[in-house]
Design a protein around this ligand. Structure first.
Ligand SMILES: [Zn+2]
Length: 462
């Protein structure tokens, strides 16, 4: 297959050998983690040199893949690989992203871009920004493809690898890739991206590993609440200053949570996991026709996570008032981050905010609205392949759909596929999940290797 290289991209091989004796996947992940592909909120602040370095390094890590698959660079830094299948059926897209959120050395047990390995044997851990999110998945996908190419296999249908460069900020790379595929009339039969994982102790009454596979994502929007008034000296304030009016609006909003309800995937999750729960909880979870109102009340109170599962949520994240301690604010602004339940719409959320605040002098403006994504089915060949592969790779694991609270690059792919699943094939403890976008992000080497095993098996089934 012809390769397309952007200007100045030449394969190098300097970082590979120094990890001699380690599994290839670990050596590759360490090499990628050491390249600080940090995406900044404002793209103008991003140093793009490491992004180019990483793209340049990949062919030396995965030479067979780069011989066999076509590669296009999209939106300057995102990567779209194309592996031609032997028939014309609907293609599969395997996704990951190679940008990471910023990290400084402070508070890390091992510096975030050092990719240090600690421990012995199966207990080994590789430390660094991007190990979990999401360079580990990128390595697992490429290891699976490389092994398959080396074994002389050709997939039955086309396979695309879509690796975004700005998932943590705008997601413009993934969007551009979807635009490109759409312009070529391509509809994918299956898309897999980051999202869920193998987790434990997340559901009341269920112990043992659970594979949570995201079948939908909540919508997201930012709402600004603005109150303007004449400024003046703080020694002669009006009865209701701009800041006080804004505060009243925030309190009113906080007192009016969005309506609670179980979405279809959440009900399916409760049914699936409930069947494995112990004692009376099993009865509660598997007799929803009877217990639904009680469970809804329970989920509202149990934790912030279960509450977020059953409704649209709102969080006031930023506040701005006067610039000086002794001056009244001429403008007071609050920023509200809203995550829209998959049974609802952006317009419903805005209407709710307007009703709750009930004050025409508070100006409501909507920014960056994104509707909830459609729900992917929990039946059919795509779902079955994912479910079966999880079962083979992680025996004894319960597989359940769930609704993702966060937004990922995969949301763009719902435009060109009905079957978009968000699942990273990594076992993540609560402590490990707590390191996502935080300090001491790390991945157990045994976890990485099982993730490689997952993608190798999955690709063999394509
Ligand atoms: Zn990510």
């Amino acid at each position: 297959m012809p390769l397309f290289w952007g200007p100045g991209l030449r394969p190098t091989a300097h970082l590979v050998q120094e990890d001699g004796g380690m599994p290839d996947a670990l050596a590759a992940l360490r090499a990628l983690v050491r390249i600080p592909t940090v995406s900044r909120q404002d793209p103008a602040d991003t140093d793009w040199a490491p992004f180019r370095d990483l793209v340049t390094l990949l062919p030396s890590l995965y030479p067979a893949t780069h011989r066999e698959l076509g590669l296009e660079i999209v939106a300057e830094h995102s990567l779209l690989y194309h592996w031609k299948g032997s028939t014309d059926g609907p293609p599969t897209v395997l996704m990951a992203h190679y940008d990471v959120v910023p990290a400084t050395d402070e508070g890390w047990e091992h510096p975030p871009f050092s990719a240090e390995v600690t421990g012995e044997g199966d207990e080994r851990v590789v430390w660094g920004r991007g190990t979990l999110d999401d360079k580990g998945a990128l390595v697992a996908v490429l290891e699976g493809v490389e092994a398959s190419v080396l074994a002389g296999r050709t997939p039955r249908c086309d396979v695309y690898l879509s690796f975004g460069h700005d998932e943590e900020t705008e997601g413009s790379g993934a969007r551009a890739i979807v635009d490109l595929l759409q312009s070529r009339g391509i509809r994918a039969g299956l898309v897999i991206d980051e999202g869920g994982a193998i987790v434990e102790d997340v559901f009341p009454g269920v112990s043992g590993p659970i594979a949570v596979v995201g079948v939908s994502e909540k919508g997201i929007l930012t709402v600004t609440l603005t109150v303007d008034q004449h400024g003046g000296h703080a020694s002669t304030p009006p009865r209701l200053s701009a800041t006080a009016r804004l505060a009243r609006a925030i309190v009113r909003l906080n007192r009016r949570p969005f309506r609670a309800g179980f979405s279809a995937p959440t009900l399916e999750m409760i049914g699936t996991l409930g069947a494995h729960a112990r004692g009376p909880l099993r009865l509660a979870f598997t007799n929803l026709w009877l217990t639904r109102p009680i469970l809804l009340a329970l989920f509202a109170r149990l934790s912030d996570e279960t509450n977020a599962l059953i409704r649209t949520t709102q969080a006031v994240t930023m506040l701005r008032g006067s610039q000086a301690a002794n001056a009244l604010a001429e403008r007071a602004v609050a920023t509200v981050n809203i995550r829209v339940s998959i049974d609802s719409r952006v317009a419903d959320a805005v209407a709710h905010v307007r009703r709750a605040i009930h004050d025409p002098r508070v100006v409501i403006a909507v920014q960056h609205p994104h509707e909830p994504s459609p729900v992917s089915p929990t039946s059919g060949p795509g779902w079955e392949l994912v479910r079966r592969t999880i079962g083979e790779t992680f025996p004894g694991t319960i597989v359940t759909p769930y609704v993702m609270m966060a937004a990922s690059d995969s949301r763009h792919f719902t435009r060109i596929s009905d079957c978009v699943y968000r699942f990273s094939p990594f076992e993540m403890s609560a402590a490990e999940r707590g390191t996502l976008h935080a300090r001491n992000e790390r991945l157990r080497v045994s976890t990485l290797l099982r993730g490689v095993d997952f993608y190798t098996r999955l690709i063999a089934g394509l």
